[in-house]
Every structure is written in C-alpha cells, then in structure tokens.
Design a protein around this ligand. Structure first.
Ligand code: 4AD
Ligand code: MG
Length: 481
C-alpha cells in the first residue's frame, strides 16, 4: 500500500485516482448531517481545499467531534471523481487520524471573511486563510523570479552585510546595534559614549541598504545584485512603509542612467509577466476578493481589476521625463491650483510626495513614470552630479497606487566630486574611506537601483496595506510575532 503523503495540490488534479492515498492538513470547513460530513482540508500547496467525505457511521464519536475547523488531520481514503458541485475530486475517508485538535470554542478563525485588521492581530494564525495562503505563494514565486531574472542575465548575487557602520541613504534613520549595558554605558573623558568598548569597537547599526557594499563587488564582477532585509527607523505610519523590508539592488558597471532605466523597466515587466504566468489561481482569487471589498463604492473609487492592471503595465512603455518637467506639470495641475495637494508644489526643489507621484501616474500620464535628474539637495550623496551642477542622475520609478516603487541612479565615480558630496552631506570621512577607494582604483561609470520588494508585492497582489504582504510586519510600536 502507498503510505506516502499526497499533497493536496496533486490530489486536486486527480493524481492517484481510484486508489488509496494519504492526505494531511488542516480543516478549513466542516459541514454535513448525522449521516455524512464534508470536511474541507488545506495543506498550503493550493488555494483550493480538498473535500473529504466522511461516512459518519464508520467513525467513533470522539473522532467525529474533533473534525472541527483548525484541527490537523491525516486521512487515508480513496481518491475519486466527485459528483458534487464545486470540486472535481474528493477523498472517501477510510481512516482518519487526528494529529492536533483545535477547540472550536477558542479557535479564532472561522470559515467566513475576517477583516485584514483582525487578521493582523492574529498574525500567528493568518497564514491559515485563503488570502494569506495566496500572498505567501505569490511572494515565493516573485523571489524565485527575481533570482531567475538575474541569473539568466549573468548577474552574481552578493550577500551584503546586515550589520554596518555606515548610513547609505544619509537620512540618519538607523536602528543602533550595541551590546553595551544600557544601564551603565561607558563614557569617554569628554562625556561621549566610548564605543571602543562595544562589540565591534565602533558604532554600528542595521543596514538601510546594501548598495555601498554591492558597489564594491560591482567594481570587479561587473553585474551584481543584493537581495536582503533592510531596516529604517523612520516614523512613517503609512500603508507603504515598513521598518523592516526587503530590497533588491542590482548594480552594473559601465551602465548609464538610460541603461539603468531600461533594466528597471525590463525587470518589473518580467516579474509581472512571471506572476501572470505562474500564479493565476491565486491572482484570480485576490482579484475577486478586491472586487468584493470595493462593492458598493462609487465607480470612481473602484480600481481596475487586478489582472487587467497587471497586463496594463506590460502593454505600456514607461513614461520618462525629468523632475523639472514633472514640477511644471504639477504646478499647472488642477489639484495644485485648487489647493487640493496636502503638500503644495513650490517650484524646483520641492520634494515630491506620494500624492504628487500618484497624480502623475494615475491622472496625467495614466501609465508608469520614470522621473530623472532630481535636485541634488533632495537625493543621496552617491548620485552622479549632472553638468548643470544642480541636479543628479537619479531615477525614481513611479507606479499606480504605490508611488515610488524603485529608486536608483548613476553613481558619482569621480573621486574629488564624491569626496565633496560626502563632505556636504556631513558624513564622517573615516566611515567612507573604503567606498572612496573604489573611485581611486580603476573607477568606472556605473549605475544601479533598489526595488522595494513589499512595494512590488503590494502592486502584484493588489493588497492595499504593506503590512499584509510581508509575513511578519515591523512598524512603529509593533514587533509582535
Ligand atoms: O529610494 P531608496 O531609499 O533607495 C536606496 O536605498 C538605494 N540605496 C537603492 C539603490 O540605488 N541601490 O529605497 C529603494 C526602494 C524604494 O523605491 C521603495 O520601493 C523601497 O525601497 N522602500 C521601502 N519599502 C518599504 N518600507 C520602507 N520604509 C521603504 N523605504 C524605501
Ligand atoms: Mg527613494
């Protein structure tokens, strides 16, 4: 007899039809009468449940009582074609082993729609819902597609450090890392903290970006990328910010800003078409879910169906324009003139907010936008200074509903100019000597960007809160689970 577990995804395609199989998983739903029970099981391998038909007479009372939502079971039975509606195959149970019970009076999940807010409160159990199962499978597919994309293009993956002594973005939004006793911090004579006694003998923090390190590898391997967790202590309590998020950062030697934009656009389109090709079941489910959620809302507040929205990105080339051109459009825009923007546009130098980015994408161009050549004052020190001495060769990719999904640039590769930018930014030179060294030894033009993985996930899944597209979100006042 076959004693190997059959995954539910396989059973649902009829693998092992008319023979005995063993399936294991968690009960999502249990209904029926005194004669027959229909138990819906799920093991994560598919969005769809497997129906188990239980002839009540064949099982003792205690087993039957434990067949409630949330319990884990192992079922041995014959896989056969289902005559009922809603499924092609079902299992006729011969043996049922209860692996773990879930008291129905306590188990918080019921076979009904729970609010996402409630599910965040029970983050330890939310994987057991259709929505989070779908998101988890899509997230995995996107990770796989990212590594596949770069592998096929001949890039090398670089593991950049999570513990660093530098602040790549220069925004000072770092989580400090220390093993010093907080109740007895060693001080120097001048009263400042004596970090020489700390674990690394210097001040350290969790990285905000792997870019500076991946640039070092780029200066020998030419095409590299890092994909790791990054940490930002910015107090942004929004639906698009996390304190811990994952970022994909490619860096390419000899590339200009144009080639950088081409790579970003090709990359995003590849990932979206991969999702359409490999995750259709889960995407359709999320599309329907969104439709339900938006039911009753006025037409202008309803979004494009998810799958149309994804195809729409593939069918359009991204609009490319300079920051300065965008400022002119925004200055003359209706919402700006009518005072509808929360942050009014104040000419060249205005830092763009997501309301401005979304106006450009959703209202003005009606497609993704890449903005370039931002004022140097509002961008990071490493970006290449343009000939006008005012702007840098930056690029932000803006998406509908998200705003900025990618930020990148051509890098300053001139030693003296970079040194000056570091000084202007007030970054201690002693922390930067190794980064500057790359501009001293065989410096070449190069460019790269960072894609926020959860921002991509927001877009691909159509979810509206970034806290729902990462398994364990970290945000201000929350590090539960
Ligand atoms: O624009 P950012 O800050 O760029 C960098 O970190 C560069 N070092 C990247 C590079 O050139 N290698 O961040 C890149 C992207 C943003 O466009 C956004 O998608 C995402 O990271 N991001 C966040 N995602 C979630 N929560 C946050 N708090 C985020 N901050 C940035
Ligand atoms: Mg940015």
């Amino acid at each position: 007899m076959n004693t190997k577990r059959t995954e539910i995804a396989n059973a649902l395609t009829g693998t092992g039809i008319n023979s005995k199989i063993i399936v294991k998983g968690w009960i999502r739903n249990s209904r029926g009468n005194n004669y027959v029970l229909f138990v819906a099981m799920n093991d994560g391998s598919s969005l769809h449940n497997l129906q188990v038909v239980v002839d009540v007479e064949k099982f003792d009372d205690s087993t039957r009582k434990k067949l409630s939502v949330g319990s884990a079971i192992s079922v041995e039975g014959i896989l056969q074609k289902s005559e009922g509606k809603g499924q092609d195959f079902e299992v006729i149970a011969e043996n049922i082993e209860i692996l773990g019970t879930a008291d129905p009076n306590e188990y918080p999940l019921q076979p009904k729609r729970h609010s996402l807010e409630f599910l965040r409160e029970i983050g330890h159990l939310r994987f057991r819902t259709n929505t989070f199962g779908a998101i988890t499978r899509i997230r995995h597919s996107m990770i796989y597609a990212i590594h596949t994309f770069f592998t096929e293009k001949g890039f090398y993956n670089i593991h950049t450090p999570i513990i660093t002594g530098s602040d790549c973005e220069g925004a000072g939004e770092m989580f400090r890392l220390s093993t010093l006793d907080p109740t007895n911090i060693p001080k120097k004579e001048d009263g400042s903290i004596d970090y020489s006694q700390d674990f690394f003998g210097k001040e350290t923090n969790l990285t905000v970006s792997g870019q500076l390190n991946v640039e070092l590898a780029c200066m020998a391997m030419s095409k590299v990328y890092t994909f790791g967790p990054t940490f930002r202590a910015e107090n942004s309590n929004t639906t698009r910010h996390l304190a811990e998020f994952w970022m994909i950062e490619p860096e390419v030697a000899f590339n200009t800003i144009i080639e950088n934009m081409d790579l970003a656009e090709e990359f995003l389109k590849y990932l979206i078409s991969y999702a359409l090709e490999h995750c259709m079941t889960d995407l359709s489910f999320l599309q329907d879910r969104l439709k339900q959620e938006e039911k009753g809302k006025p037409a202008d507040q309803q979004t494009m169906p998810l799958i149309d929205k994804l195809n729409f990105i593939l069918d359009n080339s991204f609009e490319r324009l300079s920051y300065t051109e965008a400022i002119t459009i925004l200055e003359n825009s209706k919402p700006n003139k009518k005072g509808k923007f929360k942050y009014p546009i104040n000419g060249f130098g205005t830092d763009l907010q997501s309301e401005h980015e979304r106006f450009l994408v959703e209202k003005h161009f009606k497609k993704p936008v890449i903005l370039t050549d931002y004022p140097k004052e509002i961008k990071a020190f490493y970006m290449k200074l343009n000939d006008d001495n005012k702007t840098v060769a930056a690029m932000d990719v803006l998406f509908p509903q998200i705003g900025e999904i990618i930020g990148g640039s051509e890098r300053e590769y001139d030693y003296a100019k970079l040194q000056q930018r570091i000084e202007e930014a007030g970054i201690p030179m002693k922390d930067m000597w190794w980064y500057l060294d790359t501009r001293k030894y065989g410096s070449v033009p190069h460019a790269g960007f960072g894609l926020g993985f959860e921002r991509l996930m927001l877009f691909v899944t159509g979810m509206t809160n970034i806290r729902d597209v990462i398994p364990f979100p970290r945000y201000p006042k929350n590090a539960e689970f």
